[in-house]
Ligand binder design. Sequence first.
Ligand code: HEC
Length: 138
Amino acid sequence: MSGDRSFTRGEITGALTFVVLAVAIGISSYRAGLNISGGTGGAGMTASAAPAPVNGQDLYASNCAGCHGAQAQGGVGPGLAETKAWADADFRQAVLHGQAPGGRTLSPVMPRFGDTGLGGEAPTEEQIDAIHAYVKGL
Ligand code: HEC
């Protein structure tokens, strides 16, 4: 019987220890949470809230390489070497609306990314410029 009771006491001690630890952990994570949303933790919040960085290489690989080639050497679509010299605004106009410099309308085979979107979303200027920068570096 006394063995049972001491076992029970042990259980109670264990349970109390667990509760105390749980509360301590709860308080410290609550404090950590307050710190993150406070002044010193601002950088952490900003980083997690900021959109993923724009990656021209990834965007090119998943949206353009299939037609223009992995190295923009050409395939279904022409090689893009000439477009390295284009102004960003001209490049955007071609990619988004199929209008090349000099009023040339590109064949409908070239998608109008302003209509189709990039990865299901309306492309941003930053994304197209990142693709242009990537192509220039090839
Ligand atoms: C379905 C195939 C296809 C895809 C995908 C595609 N293009 Fe094109 N692209 C073409 C074709 C075909 C032309 C040539 C159109 C013409 O000359 O009339 C072209 C032309 C262009 C031109 C004009 C080149 C020049 O010298 O006149 C640019 C710039 C361009 N594409 C960029 C891109 C970019 C950037 C992407 C990805 C965001 C992309 N294209 C995706 C087929 C494609």
